[in-house]
Write a protein that binds this ligand. Structure first.
Ligand SMILES: Cc1cc2nc3c(=O)[nH]c(=O)nc-3n(C[C@H](O)[C@H](O)[C@H](O)COP(=O)(O)OP(=O)(O)OC[C@H]3O[C@@H](n4cnc5c(N)ncnc54)[C@H](O)[C@@H]3O)c2cc1C
Ligand SMILES: *[C@@H]1O[C@H](CO)[C@@H](O)[C@H](O)[C@H]1NC(C)=O
Ligand SMILES: *[C@@H]1O[C@H](CO)[C@@H](O)[C@H](O)[C@H]1NC(C)=O
Ligand SMILES: *[C@@H]1O[C@H](CO)[C@@H](O)[C@H](O)[C@H]1NC(C)=O
Ligand SMILES: *[C@@H]1O[C@H](CO)[C@@H](O)[C@H](O)[C@H]1NC(C)=O
Ligand SMILES: *[C@@H]1O[C@H](CO)[C@@H](O)[C@H](O)[C@H]1NC(C)=O
Ligand SMILES: *[C@@H]1O[C@H](CO)[C@@H](O)[C@H](O)[C@H]1NC(C)=O
Ligand SMILES: *[C@@H]1O[C@H](CO)[C@@H](O)[C@H](O)[C@H]1NC(C)=O
Ligand SMILES: *[C@@H]1O[C@H](CO)[C@@H](O)[C@H](O)[C@H]1NC(C)=O
Length: 773
C-alpha cells in the first residue's frame, strides 16, 4: 500500500539502537537539559521542566533548546512521538533571529498553525556563522487537542524533523515549506527532566550547575537490568525476526524436529498472541487493531503508532508478524515469472509450484473476507470496472489464474481468516507454538551474529540476563537464519562485519556496536543493501456519485458507523471484515528497451492526499494507485546512517527512465476511457495538470510502496549477490537469510504471498543442505 515515508515513534528504552536522551549541561547558558545530539546532522535537542509540586496542579510548561548547524534550514520537534496528532514546534533562522511557530497535523501534509501554546525565545538564543541556537520557553505546552500530552512522571518518545531546504517565506512564522528531508525519534525519561533551577533559567541564570557534561551522541546504552542470569540454551536453529519469512522458517524447521528458537524484537500483535491494543468499540470483544481488517487504514492516523520500527525511516512493522500484522494483506499467489531465471532466480528455484501449493494448503486466499460470503463497499470496484471494461480487461477471480496478469481485473484477495487478520501468525505460528522443540522470545533485539571467521556460533541479543552477556549459542552444526526484513537483515549483517566497507565503517564509529564487530581481517565484503527494488506507485484520486468513501476511514477507530460495528462484533461480517482495497487489475506493457513490464492497479474508497482546484464531495472520493511491478529495471540502495538508522540510501524509483515512461503510459491508459463513465471526475491531478506534469511533480518518497526486496539478493556469485541458491550467506558456513531481502526482483503483485512461497522453498533447501544439525 502506498503511504508517505513518515513515521511515528517509540520503543526506545533498552534498545541498543533506539536513541535515548540523557542529561547534559549547555556550557553556553549553564542550563541543564535532558536531550541528545543526533549524530547524523549534529543537531542537539534539549528539554527541562519545572520541579513537580508535592501537590496541586502539575506544571504545563518547559524550557527547550535546539542547537543546529547552519546547514539546518528548519527543524521541527514533535512533543509526542509522531507527526500526527501531536504538538509540533518549528523553527529556523532568519536575519540573525529565530522564527518560530507551534503547529499541528492530522494528515501527512504541511502542519498548520496551532494556537494555545505560548512560545518565548530566551536570551541565550543566537545565530552565528556556523550554528543557530534557539532556547525557548513553551507555556501551555504539556497537553494539546485530541487528548495528547507529555507524561511528566514517566518515559515517552519525541520526534524531530530536519530539512536542508529553506522555508518558502523565512520572515513569516506560518511559512509553508516542503516535506522534511530527514526525521528521527528518541526516548526521554521526563521524570528525570525536572530541574530545581528552572526559575533561575527563566531569568537567564544557569543557577547552580551540576558537574559539566556533554550531550550524548548517537545511540546510547542504557543501564542493564540486574537480575538472575539465565543459562543460555543452545539451539539447532536460531531464527531472527517474527515476520512471514521467520515464522514460516521456524514452523517448518520445528516440524522437522529441529530445536528452534524464534527471536522477535517487538511484542504481541493480534489478540491470539496476547495483544491488547483494542479500539474503544472492540475492547469488550478483545479484538486488537491487528485483528480487525477494517482498522487497516487507522495504522496511518494513530497518534501513538508504537508498532512501527522507530529506527527504520520507512514503514516497517516491529511486532510479532512483522509487516503481515500491519499491512493491507493483499495476497497474491505467485506467477511463473515471479520465480523465473529472468527475474534473477537461480534455475534451481523455478519449480515453485509444490511450495506455492504448501502455502495455499496452510493459508488460502479469499476475495470475500466477510464471514457471510457477501462483499461490502463494492462501489469503487463497480466504477473501476465501468472504466476498464472498455479497455479489453477481463473480470476474473485473480488467484484462480495467477499467470493471467495482462488485462486482468478482479476483487482484491487477502489472507484474512474468519473475518480477521490471518496471515502466518494465525496459521504457521500456531503449529510451531504447539511443538515442545520450538521456543519463542519476544522484546529481544538481535544486534549481530557472533562468529569466528565464517563459522557462526550464536547471536548477540540485548538481553544481558542471558548468559551474562546476551549471547545465545548454537548447537554443533547449528545454523542462524536472519528474517529481520529488507532493512533489518542488512543492518544485522553490517553489525556482524558483513557488507560494503562504508557501512561497516559506520558501525566501527559507533562505540556500542563496534565492540561486537569481529576483527577487520574477518570482515566479509558482500553487496548487502545493493540492488533493492520497490514498486514506484502513483495515486489518481477520483469522485463518482455512487461511491461511499466511508468518511475516508477517519472514524473507524473511535466512532465507527454503529450498524457496521455491531455487525462485525456479532458475526465477523460486513465492512470491517475487509481492508480498504476493493479491486485490483494488471496490464502488460512493452517498452523501448524490449522488456515487458506489468502495471498493477489497486482501487479503494478514500484518498491519502488530495491536491485539487475543483470543488468536490469528500463523501464520493476513491483512489486508483498504479504500481509498476514485474519487469521493472530500476534499482536503489539501502543501508544505515551514523545513528544506525536503517534507510534508503539511493531511491529505487524511476532510476531507469524507461520505468517512468511505462508507468506514465499506464496512468494515461487508465483515464483514457473516463468520458465513457458518466459523472466520473478525476480531482488529483485536476484539469490544471497533465499526467506528465503530475508525475514530474510527484514527491519521490511518496512513490514508496513498502514492497522492498533485493537488499540481500539471491544469486550465484558473491560479487553480485549476498546469498547463494540455498539462501546461505556467501563466505559463511552456517548463516542463512529467509525474508523479502533475498528476492531478486519485484513479483507481479504485492509481495508477501510470493515471499511466503519463497520461504517454503528456502526452508526446504536449508533442511536438505548437508552439514546442518
Ligand atoms: C504499510 C505496509 C503495507 C503493506 N501492504 C502489503 C500488502 O497489502 N500486501 C503485501 O503483499 N505486502 C504488503 N506489504 C509488504 C509486506 O508486509 C512485506 O513484504 C513483508 O512483511 C516482508 O516480510 P519479511 O519477513 O521480509 O519482513 P518483516 O515483515 O519486516 O518482518 C521482520 C520481523 O523481524 C523483526 N526484527 C527486525 N529486526 C530484528 C532484530 N534485529 N532482532 C529481532 N527481531 C527483528 C521485526 O520486528 C519483524 O517482526 C506492506 C508493507 C507495509 C510496511
Ligand atoms: C531489547 O530491545 C527490545 C526492542 O527494542 C526492547 O523492547 C527490550 O526492552 C530490550 N531489552 C532489554 C533487556 O533492554
Ligand atoms: C492552551 O492551549 C489549548 C490548545 O492546546 C487551548 O485550547 C487553551 O485555550 C490554552 N489555554 C490557555 C490558558 O491559553
Ligand atoms: C556559534 O554558536 C554555537 C552554538 O551556540 C557555538 O557552539 C559556537 O561556539 C559559536 N561559534 C562562535 C565562533 O562563536
Ligand atoms: C576459530 O576457528 C579457528 C579454526 O578455523 C580455531 O583454530 C580457533 O580456535 C577458533 N577461535 C575461537 C575463539 O573459537
Ligand atoms: C448476525 O447473523 C445472524 C445470522 O445470519 C443474523 O440474524 C443477525 O442479524 C446478524 N447480526 C448482525 C448485528 O448483523
Ligand atoms: C497541486 O496542483 C496544482 C495545480 O492544480 C499544481 O500547480 C501544483 O504543483 C500541485 N502540487 C503538487 C505538490 O503536486
Ligand atoms: C455528497 O455525497 C453524499 C453521498 O453520496 C450525498 O449524500 C451528499 O448529498 C453529497 N453532497 C453534495 C453537496 O452533493
Ligand atoms: C450525473 O449527474 C447528474 C447531475 O449532475 C445526474 O442528473 C445524473 O443522474 C448523474 N448520472 C449518473 C449516472 O449518476
Amino acid at each position: 500500500m502506498l503511504r508517505r515515508a513518515l513515521l511515528a515513534l517509540l520503543p526506545l528504552v533498552g534498545s541498543a539502537f533506539a536513541q535515548t536522551a540523557s542529561s547534559y549541561v549547555d556550557s553556553g547558558n549553564g542550563f541543564q537539559f535532558v536531550g541528545l545530539t543526533d549524530p547524523v546532522h549534529q543537531v542537539t535537542y534539549g528539554l527541562t521542566f519545572p520541579p513537580l509540586p508535592a501537590s496541586g496542579p502539575a506544571p504545563t510548561e518547559f524550557i527547550g533548546e535546539i542547537v543546529a548547524p547552519i546547514a539546518s534550514k528548519w527543524i521541527g520537534f514533535a512533543l509526542g512521538g509522531a507527526m500526527l496528532q501531536n504538538l509540533l514546534l518549528v523553527a529556523w533562522p532568519n536575519n540573525g533571529q529565530i522564527v518560530t511557530s507551534t503547529r499541528f497535523a492530522t494528515t501527512y501534509a504541511l502542519p498548520t498553525e496551532y494556537d494555545g501554546p505560548v512560545l518565548t525565545t530566551l536570551p541565550s538564543s543566537s545565530v552565528n556563522a556556523t550554528h543557530w541556537k534557539w532556547v525557548y520557553r513553551c507555556q501551555n505546552c504539556t497537553s494539546w487537542q485530541g487528548g495528547g500530552s507529555i507524561p511528566l512522571t514517566s518515559g515517552a518518545a519525541v520526534a524531530w524533523a530536519y530539512s536542508d531546504v529553506a522555508v518558502d517565506q523565512p520572515a513569516n512564522p506560518q511559512s509553508t515549506f516542503s516535506e522534511h528531508t530527514d526525521f528521527g525519534f528518541f526516548g526521554i525519561d521526563f521524570s528525570s527532566a525536572h530541574n530545581a533551577n528552572y526559575e533561575s533559567y527563566l531569568s537567564g541564570n544557569g543557577g547552580t550547575p551540576p558537574p559539566t557534561s556533554v550531550p550524548p551522541t548517537g545511540p546510547s546504552t542504557t543501564t542493564q537490568p540486574t537480575g538472575p542470569t539465565i543459562q543460555p540454551t543452545p539451539y539447532d536453529y536460531i531464527v531472527v525476526g517474527g515476520g512471514p519469512g521467520g515464522i514460516i522458517s521456524a514452523d517448518r524447521l520445528s516440524e522437522a524436529g529441529k530445536k528452534v528458537l524464534l527471536i522477535e524484537r517487538g511484542g504481541p500483535s493480534t489478540a491470539e498472541t496476547g495483544g491488547t491494543y483494542y479500539a474503544p468499540w472492540t475492547a469488550d470483544k478483545k479484538l486488537t487493531k491487528f485483528d480487525v481488517p477494517g482498522l487497516f487504514e487507522s495504522m496511518f492516523s494513530d497518534s501513538n503508532p508504537w508498532y512501527w520500527c522507530k529506527d527504520i525511516t520507512v514503514f516497517a512493522g516491529c511486532l510479532l508478524g512483522g509487516g503481515t500484522s500491519i499491512n493491507g494483506a493483499l495476497y497474491w499467489y505467485p506467477t511463473t515469472s515471479d520465480f523465473s531465471t529472468a527475474a534473477g532466480w537461480p534455475s534451481s528455484w523455478t519449480n515453485h509450484g509444490p511450495y506455492t501449493n504448501k502455502l495455499k494448503a496452510r493459508l488460502p486466499s479469499t476475495d470475500h473476507p466477510s464471514t457471510d460470503g457477501k462483499r461490502y463497499l463494492t462501489q469503487a470496484y463497480d466504477v473501476a470496472w465501468q472504466l476498464l471494461k472498455n479497455q479489453g480487461y477481463n473480470q476474473i477471480t485473480i488467484n484462480d489464474n495467477p499467470d493471467f496478469k495482462d488485462h486482468a481485473f478482479g476483487y482484491s484477495a487477502f489472507d484474512f481468516i474468519d473475518g480477521k487478520r490471518g496471515g502466518p501468525v494465525a496459521s504457521y505460528l500456531r503449529t510451531a507454538k504447539a511443538r515442545s522443540n520450538f521456543a519463542y522470545m519476544d522484546y529481544t533485539l538481535v544486534s549481530n551474529v557472533v562468529r569466528n571467521g565464517s563459522q557462526i556460533t550464536g547471536v548477540q541479543t540485548n538481553n544481558t540476563q542471558i548468559g551474562g552477556n546476551g549471547i545465545i549459542p548454537l548447537n554443533p552444526n547449528g545454523r542462524v537464519i536472519l528474517s529481520a526484513g529488507s532493512f533489518g537483515s542488512p543492518r544485522i549483517l553490517f553489525q556482524s562485519g558483513i557488507g560494503p566497507s562504508d557501512m561497516i565503517s559506520l558501525v566501527q564509529q559507533n562505540a556500542d556496536a563496534a565492540k561486537n564487530l569481529p576483527p577487520s581481517s574477518q570482515f566479509i565484503n558482500l553487496p548487502v543493501g545493493m540492488n533493492v527494488q520497490d514498486n514506484p506507485s502513483i495515486n489518481l484520486v477520483f469522485t463518482h456519485p455512487s461511491i461511499d468513501a466511508y468518511e475516508n476511514w477517519a472514524n473507524v477507530w473511535s466512532s465507527p458507523r454503529p450498524a457496521d460495528a455491531q455487525q462485525y462484533l456479532s458475526n465477523f461480517s460486513g465492512v470491517f471484515a475487509g481492508a480498504s482495497p476493493k479491486a485490483n487489475f494488471w496490464r502488460a506493457y512493452g517498452a523501448s528497451d524490449g522488456k515487458t513490464r506489468y502495471a498493477q492497479g489497486t482501487v479503494r474508497p478514500g484518498a491519502a492526499s488530495i491536491n485539487t482546484t475543483l470543488p468536490y464531495n469528500a463523501s464520493n472520493i476513491f483512489t486508483i494507485t498504479m504500481y509498476l511491478s514485474t519487469g521493472i529495471t530500476s534499482r536503489g540502495r539501502v543501508g544505515i546512517d551514523a545513528a544506525l538508522r536503517a534507510r534508503p540510501l539511493v531511491n529505487p524509483w524511476f532510476a531507469d527512465p524507461v520505468d517512468k515512461t511505462v508507468l506514465v503510459q499506464a496512468l494515461k491508459d487508465v483515464v483514457a476511457t473516463m468520458d465513457q463513465v458518466p459523472n466520473l471526475t478525476m480531482i488529483t491531478p485536476d484539469v490544471q495538470m497533465t499526467i506528465d506534469q503530475y508525475v514530474n511533480a510527484y514527491d519521490p518518497p511518496s512513490m514508496n510502496s513498502n514492497h522492498w526486496v533485493g537488499s540481500n539478493t539471491i544469486g550465484t556469485s558473491p560479487s553480485t549477490a549476498v546469498v547463494d541458491e540455498n539462501t546461505k550467506v556467501f563466505n559463511t558456513n552456517n548463516l542463512f537469510i529467509v525474508d523479502a531481502s533475498i528476492i531478486p526482483s519485484l513479483p507481479t503483485g504485492n509481495p508477501h504471498g510470493m515471499l511466503m512461497s519463497a520461504a517454503e522453498q528456502a526452508v526446504a533447501k536449508i533442511l536438505a543442505l548437508a552439514g546442518g544439525p
